[in-house]
Design a protein around this ligand. Structure first.
Ligand code: FES
Ligand SMILES: [Fe+2]
Length: 363
């Protein structure tokens, strides 16, 4: 793990990010994205430039030059830091300007906000504090499957024109598979809807588990593993405020106890980092790791191709859902059914965390 810790500002005050849980790590991108060019991205209404500093460490600054406000993401990365693409001010990873070309004196106000960044398991995480400059008060999340030699994995990202919680709703309720994803990971819709779902939760986590013995293997499973007519499927979803881990898979009927983590068969381990951009848009970073059947070496290639198609289907549904919510406005009320339990728990957790933002400012 590489991490930089920077404390630059300490003044409390309201944040443009008040509508989201703060004092949390959020996914800012994949390690592979950060090469030589800076990346401009908005997280929780804050414009940020991500780059890899000369020492190889990931860094993140406010995406605005303190001279005349050009985004720093329009600049270039060099050994000493990031250089603005307008008049060449150079900034270190702590946000402090270290060079003004043609001028010896660097005023103390020549600085921009710096963010704490950590790189772990091929993911770049950014700490979004309640108070500008606040230090991280929890460990960087771990996602060890990206570094597990048992798995091969691939990844992708989406920009969504929809609020982030609509993606949580989707991922915490996989009963939609039988209706949305029939061409890939779907299967019998009635079986999905009728399978008992176990939901457990604490103050920041939700776990949703379903076991479906005697399922018809859906197309992606058949493409990746030599299943016969039936298989025993599992779906284990773990939600945390900024990301979800979803372990789905299947094994030949009766070969293993469904709740045994050491069960064999086809494993599909999905990572889903969902980071709000604004109240009505978000970034969705996903990866899928899978094991390989000895007789089917192309497993991961086929899985990734079909998973990408699957996630495109989800995006279509969620963006259409949100457009319709906007068109119907106040009349777009919702009602709960049995499969909403996990998503509702997650929404309650996020609501409580957001309420804690204003408590922190008022204190
Ligand atoms: S706007 Fe950045 S150096 Fe002038
Ligand atoms: Fe889906």
């Amino acid at each position: 793990m590489k991490t930089i810790m920077i404390s630059q500002e300490s003044a409390a005050g309201s944040s443009p990010s008040q509508n989201f849980p703060l004092d949390q790590w959020y996914v800012a991108g994949f390690s592979s994205e950060l090469q030589y060019k800076p990346i401009g991205r908005t997280f929780l209404n804050q414009k940020v430039v991500l780059y890899r500093a000369g020492d190889g460490k990931a860094a993140a600054l406010e995406d605005r030059c303190c001279h005349k406000s050009l985004p720093l993401s329009c600049g270039t990365v060099e050994h000493g830091g990031i250089r603005c693409g307008y008049h060449g001010l150079l900034y270190g990873a702590d946000g402090v300007c270290v060079e003004i070309p043609g001028q010896a004196r660097i005023p103390p106000i020549a600085k921009v906000r710096a963010y704490h960044v950590a790189e772990k398991n091929h993911l770049i995480w950014i700490w979004m504090p309640k108070v500008a400059g606040g230090l991280p008060n929890m460990e960087v999340p771990t996602y060890a499957h990206h570094d597990n030699p048992m798995y091969q994995w691939g990844s992708g990202m989406y920009h969504y024109d929809a609020p982030w919680q609509l993606i949580h709703d989707n991922l915490l309720d996989l009963s939609h598979l039988g209706y949305v994803h029939l061409k890939t990971i779907g299967g019998d819709a009635r079986l999905h809807m009728n399978t008992p779902t176990k939901v457990t939760a604490d103050e920041r986590r939700v776990k949703v588990v379903r076991y479906m013995p005697g399922s018809t293997p859906p197309p992606t499973y058949k493409a990746a593993w030599p299943f016969g007519d039936t298989c025993d499927r599992w779906q284990e979803i773990e939600f945390e405020p900024s990301h979800l881990s979803i372990w789905t898979g299947a094994i030949e009927p009766g070969r293993a106890s469904m709740d045994d983590p050491g069960r064999g068969g086809l494993h599909l381990r999905g990572f889903h980092g969902i980071t709000p951009e604004t109240e009505t848009s978000c970034h969705y970073f996903w990866s899928m790791a899978s094991n390989r059947h000895p007789d089917m070496p192309e497993t991961i290639g086929k899985v990734l191709q079909q998973i990408e198609f699957t996630f495109d289907e989800d995006r279509g549904v969620i963006e259409d859902q949100y457009k319709n919510m906007l068109e119907f406005g106040e009349r777009a009320t919702w009602m709960d059914i049995h499969c909403d339990a996990g998503a509702n728990r997650a929404r309650r957790i996020l609501k409580k965390l957001v309420e804690q933002n204003s408590e922190a400012v008022a204190a």
